[in-house]
Design a binder for this molecule. Structure first.
Ligand code: PLP
Length: 389
């Protein structure tokens, strides 16, 4: 038996998901939407197998499968299942596991698309949602209605305020399935399954793909549960494109070095802006005075590539966004360019003012996704764009 230590996840990411590549170092792009059958018996076997790779791309695609295998390796999961977007992953998961009359417990501080899905289509279909505050200990478990609650949904760190759900607490809930949207952490920054959570979910559009060139979602967990998601997903049809899976798999190769640089910069920026007179609260779990810093240190493997700043009012945000030159104004996160967004006008624009206020999203809040630029250049850009000290 080898006594060599297992390679670190960042090292595994360089070759993960390569089982089907033979001697090629890069995975093949299987653009085909369909495969020939040898006979009717063979067609029947392919049509009735779970995730047969050579049948029809909505059921399974070898390039997508390579991406899924890479993510499963990084998540420490039996299986992963990819979707056409993060929302495709969320919608499929909820609708695969819930029916009319089901109850869902969800975190109040969620990406607005997830909230809109729960409050719109899910409510219309008779799936009821109870929202809980993520920072209240025991809130998820207390809201569970035995026999009725099918799903507990958390997002950690949350969009846009980087609030954390206690993953050990979630993992100890019995009865409903637990799912954590871990998009903001990437699989190198957090492993929800290690805490006993049933499903770890990502918008792979963000840090996993990492280059703003793929729209993709992925869910990881036990093979049996993922087979259920797959069976519904084949009908729901939020199927990933093999082109996007190829781009995302290329992104996975450099996930370690990208997130390390982005984490280091994010932390430096959070510290530097923490004492800027024009910046109010800096939300970043890596700061020692962050209210959940102890929890962050316990469950995050990296503090993250995103931070949020409160500038006081909307006018101050408009000034900053007008004056930055290196940082760009766009939604999304985890890519090579540093992006600034105003959640009240973009990611959370669909909510009304009072719902945003209940989530802590003020008119002066700016979210920053830190990219791969040199930290000194980013700091110089921000110092120039903010009012002088
Ligand atoms: N989950 C989180 C935390 C997000 O921030 C987003 C999008 O911003 C999504 C899910 C949805 O992902 P996608 O845009 O890939 O559908």
């Amino acid at each position: 038996m080898s006594s060599d230590p297992a390679p670190s996840p960042a090292t595994s990411a360089i070759t993960a998901g390569r089982a089907a590549s033979g001697r090629a170092l890069a995975p093949a792009l299987w653009a085909s939407s369909t495969w020939e059958s040898e006979s009717l018996d063979d067609a029947h076997r392919r049509a009735t197998s779970v995730r047969h790779g050579d049948f029809y791309s909505r059921y399974c695609n070898p390039t997508v499968r390579s991406f899924e295998e890479a993510i499963a390796a990084l998540e420490g999961a039996e299986e992963s299942l990819a979707f056409a977007s993060g929302m495709g992953a969320i919608a499929t998961t909820v609708l695969a596991l819930c029916s009319a009359g089901s109850h869902v417990v969800a975190q109040r501080q969620l990406y607005a698309g997830t909230l809109a899905f729960l409050h719109g289509p899910c409510a219309r279909l008779g799936i009821e949602t109870t929202l809980v505050d993520v920072a209240t200990p025991g809130a998820f478990a207390e809201a569970v209605r035995p026999g009725r609650t099918m799903l507990v949904i958390a997002e950690s760190p949350s969009n846009p305020l980087l609030e954390l759900a206690d993953l050990d607490e979630l993992g100890s809930i019995r009865g409903p399935f637990t799912v954590v949207d871990a998009t903001f952490a990437t699989p190198l920054g957090q492993r929800p399954l290690d805490h006993g959570v049933d499903l770890s979910l990502h918008s792979a559009t963000k840090g996993i793909a990492g280059h703003n060139d793929a729209t993709l979602g992925v869910v990881s967990g036990d093979a049996d549960l993922l087979a259920d998601l797959w069976a519904y997903g084949v009908l729901h049809g939020a199927t990933p494109s093999p082109f996007d899976a190829l781009n995302a798999l290329r992104g996975v190769r450099t996930l370690g070095v990208r997130t390390r640089q982005q984490n280091d910069s994010a932390r430096s920026i959070a510290v530097a802006l923490g004492d800027h007179p024009s910046v109010g609260t800096v939300h970043y779990p890596g700061l020692s005075d962050h209210p959940q810093h102890e929890l962050a240190s316990r469950q995050l493997l990296q503090y993250g590539t995103v931070l949020a700043l409160d500038l006081g009012d909307r006018d101050a945000v408009v000034d900053l966004l007008d004056r930055v030159e290196l940082c760009r104004v766009a939604t999304s996160l985890g890519g090579p360019e540093t992006l600034l967004c105003h959640p009240a006008s973009s990611t959370h624009a669909s909510l009304d003012e009072s719902d945003r206020a209940a989530m802590g999203i003020t008119p002066g809040l700016v979210r920053m996704s830190v990219g791969l630029e040199e930290t000194t250049d980013l700091l110089a850009d921000l110092e120039r764009a903010l009012p002088p000290r």
